[in-house]
Design a protein around this ligand. Structure first.
Ligand code: FCB
Length: 473
């Protein structure tokens, strides 16, 4: 039984104006992949390849959010949340990946935004959460520069339609995953295993971020622009030089590569040297780094776990992909990941709330000029529905511990402006299909029925208390 005094004390630790939300992404929740003129994405193609998704499932129906705006908004409202982070399906809006606009696709997002605003819920839009139009992949995908340019155009199209009502824009979600799981290990769409191309993909994802951020700021200087990165505290398995060097490499690629490009306009030199083993960086053109170094108002921090690294591992993934495909670390095929003995979630991801405080305080120390928001944090555990209820003490404990870790960061002076639980509801978990449940809300994948879990109730209670404190001030 949750201690109410403890929850009230935790709520009181968050500042006035703090944003409380939950997150989803288009391919994971929308379904209706063939509806109303939506074009195919790389995930539609990928899921049809045998062996790519552990349960052989796909996002054709997902949790039917495309046809459930009233239900989804009611769920967010019932939880008492002030914000909802969702992503736009690029091929729903631009079916061919070019500037031909599918008005029906745009209308869905426009209706969703209106429905949220009518309930006082602030939309936070992610422009790219991995569902690239298949036409752009056919033309070379992210390793090709034109994809970044197309993404800049897409940002302008989306902002022109929604920017009158939407102020919060996250350009690209987790370019590490999109580049290295998509193009190096092949664990995610488009499933290519081309290490050298994955480094070009990473660059063009960041170029796309810069072009999109600039387009949005040019259209609305008041817009709050962000990029979503996934961070992990990195520990060396031992203090041998080979493990320490492996930890430097993993930290550099995971925690510094994208952050320093976006916020400093330069890639970390040590990692450039490492990558030179397989890449000549000929895809970097004059002026690219200035474009990438676009103004970022809030850095979006996605946080789940920590890594313990060895230099004698042999190219494992650390993404815990069901296939164990590995090799998500181009030019670093000697590294591997070991257990540090901490408890794990159903993903096998180690639970390290103190690592979230460590991540936030480190980011603030390195980049004091930028505000931070936790835009994804959550845990998968198997759920059982009993008498119409979901008792999920492990997920609740994970949420409570990570929110306390956020409060610790606030106490340490970190300008943390928001927290979004991953995820609003159970959904399609990429290569894990429907086998992993991250939701605050349970979804019966047969009927689509939603049931708020204990963790969702607890989170809603925390949010209401935080809001009440604010009103009492
Ligand atoms: C993140 C993704 C999100 C979800 C969570 C569990 O890497 O951004 O879509 O899959 O992991």
């Amino acid at each position: 039984m949750t201690n109410e005094i403890e929850t009230a004390a935790l709520a009181a630790r968050f500042p006035t104006g703090f944003t409380w939300g939950a997150a989803t992404s288009s391919y994971q929740v929308e379904g209706s992949t063939g509806a109303d003129g939506r074009g195919p994405s790389i995930w539609d193609a990928f899921v049809n390849e045998p062996g790519r998704v552990v349960d052989g499932s796909n996002g054709d129906t997902a949790i039917d959010s495309y046809r459930s705006i009233p239900e989804d908004v009611a769920t967010i409202k019932a939880l008492g949340l002030g914000a909802y982070r969702f992503s736009l399906s690029w091929p729903r809006i631009c079916p061919d990946g070019d500037d031909r606009v599918n008005e029906a696709g745009l209308a869905y997002y426009s209706n969703l935004v209106d429905a949220l605003l009518a309930e006082g819920i602030t939309p936070w839009i992610t422009l790219y959460h991995w569902d690239l139009p298949q036409t752009l992949e056919d033309a070379g995908g992210w390793p090709v520069r034109a994809t970044a340019e197309r993404f800049g155009q897409f940002a302008s199209i989306a902002h022109a339609a929604l920017g009158d009502r939407v102020k919060h824009w996250i350009t690209v979600n987790e370019p590490w995953c999109a580049a290295f799981l998509g193009y190096a290990s092949g664990e995610h769409a488009p499933g290519r295993r081309e290490p050298a191309a994955s480094i070009a993909a990473a660059h063009h994802l960041m170029l796309g971020h810069g072009l999109a951020a600039r387009a949005i700021k040019a259209a609305d200087p008041e817009a709050v622009v962000s990029v979503g990165l996934n961070f992990y505290p990195i520990h060396a398995a031992t203090d041998t030089p080979v493990d320490l060097d492996a930890a430097r490499r993993v930290d550099g690629v995971q925690n510094r590569w994208f952050t320093e490009a976006a916020l400093r306009g330069a890639y970390p030199e040590d990692i450039v040297e490492d990558f030179k083993a397989i890449s000549d960086f000929s895809f970097v053109e004059d002026g690219d780094m200035e474009v990438i170094n676009a103004p970022v108002d809030v850095l979006s921090v996605n946080f789940y776990s920590r890594f313990t690294v060895t230099g004698n591992g042999g190219a494992t993934s650390a993404s815990a992909a069901p296939t164990g495909a590995g090799s998500a670390w181009p030019a670093n095929e000697h590294i591997g990941f070991v257990s540090s003995g901490l408890p794990v979630t159903d993903m096998g991801w180690e639970i390290d709330p103190a690592g979230l405080t460590e991540t936030l305080t480190r980011l603030h120390a390195s980049h004091p000029e930028v505000k931070l928001a936790v835009t994804e944090n959550g845990s998968a555990f198997p759920d059982k529905i009993e008498d119409g209820q979901i008792h999920d003490p492990e997920r609740l404990d994970y949420a409570r511990a990570h929110l306390a870790a956020c409060a610790d960061a606030v106490d340490a002076g970190v300008p943390l402006v928001g927290y979004f639980a991953w995820s609003l509801a159970d959904n399609f978990e990429w290569a894990w299909g429907y086998t992993k449940r991250f939701g605050l809300v349970y979804v019966d994948f047969e009927t689509g029925e939603r049931t708020v879990k204990d963790s969702g109730r607890w989170y809603g209670d925390l949010v209401r208390r935080a809001r009440a404190n604010r009103e009492a001030e």
